[in-house]
Design a protein around this ligand. Structure first.
Ligand code: ADP
Ligand code: X2W
Length: 296
């Protein structure tokens, strides 16, 4: 009986959070590195279903970088990245779309539905949900180079940046209480597929939906300082300094930038959380201490 009363108390402790998040939109980015094993994937699906059942509008955007690399490896294609973005030629684009839309997306949808939820899989090409243009990045001259050397424009191939989110398809799904699961492949101006970093898609969708929260699940406890200590909070205006001095690097750069953009677009709160933690989403949303790093 004592244990049952304790369980009831825990449920009651969640009440303020349930009241706070009911009817609010929460966008969760499920990174490829966070899809560690079947047990964790099941816990992720259960967290999402619970949120949906208590009236939270959950939208999932997933990645799948490591999963793409496994197939590229079998095809003997060597992946390459510039500033955390995959260089994507035509053949690589086919693999990206096959893996993200055909495999990873369907696995997540299958898991949620098999566990009692109602998920629908989409890519950014469905209903022109994620419109994009070709991304061109410039790599500045480094500190040792001549000051007048112009920055080099790098062509990443079929890599996109989001230009517009057509959210009608998401509002239609929401009316029937479906959980959208979105693969980060966008539609270019020529109607062709563009490969977009999943963090950037999640941020843009959170902005378009004016989400209450954007939660990025990854494979570290959160953003760390130079000494490797977890930063529980981080001001958006301090990000450039930390990127400039190399404290924030690699795949963490698009993550923090997408949190900053999302905040600018009106998203209320943004978090970078360790997806390797069981029930990471519930811990972040339903505990006073929270987990991971909040960027505000
Ligand atoms: N300051 C930092 N704090 C934490 N992680 C960092 C930092 N700078 C760079 N990283 C790296 O960013 C990685 C997360 O990015 P990425 O591997 O692209 O994740 P995902 O696959 O989840 O999108 C971490 O595993 C870590 O190696
Ligand atoms: C342009 C670009 O880099 N696209 C990413 C899309 C998948 C992704 O972002 O997956 P994670 O979140 O698991 O890293 C890629 O091709 O890997």
């Amino acid at each position: 009986m004592k244990a049952s009363i304790e369980r009831a108390k825990i449920l009651i402790e969640s009440l303020p959070y349930i009241q706070q998040f009911r009817h609010k939109t929460v966008v969760i980015k499920y990174g490829g590195h966070a899809m560690v094993d079947e047990n964790l994937q099941r816990q992720f699906a259960l967290d999402v279903i619970l949120l949906n059942h208590i009236g939270v509008n959950v939208v999932i955007v997933h990645g799948g970088g490591p999963q793409i690399n496994r197939l590229l490896d079998r095809l003997e294609i060597t992946p390459s990245y510039v500033q955390g973005m995959r260089v994507t030629d035509g053949e690589t684009m086919n693999v990206v779309e096959m893996v993200l839309v055909g495999r990873v997306n369907k696995d997540i949808v299958g898991l949620i539905n098999h566990s009692g939820g109602k998920a629908v899989g989409l890519s950014g090409r469905d209903g022109d949900l994620v419109c994009a243009r070709k991304l061109q990045i410039s790599v500045g001259a480094d500190a040792d180079a001549l000051a007048e050397a112009p920055p080099e424009i790098i062509d990443l191939g079929r890599v996109g940046e989001v230009t517009k989110i057509n959210a009608e398809v998401l509002t239609t799904l929401k009316r029937e209480d479906f959980i959208p699961v979105i693969a980060p492949v966008g539609v270019g101006e020529d109607g062709q597929a563009l490969n977009i970093n999943a963090d950037l898609v999640a941020g843009a969708i959170a902005g378009a939906l004016q989400a209450e929260k954007l939660i990025l699940l990854t494979d570290v406890e959160g953003v760390k300082d130079k000494g490797g200590a977890l930063l529980r909070t981080l001001r958006a205006q301090d990000l450039d300094l930390l990127i400039g001095d190399g404290t924030i690097a690699g795949g963490m750069i698009p993550k923090v930038n997408c949190c900053r953009d999302a905040l600018r677009q009106g998203v209320h709160k943004t978090y970078i959380v360790d997806g390797r933690l069981e029930h990471a989403i519930l811990l972040e949303m339903f505990t006073h201490e929270g987990v991971g790093t909040e960027i505000y």
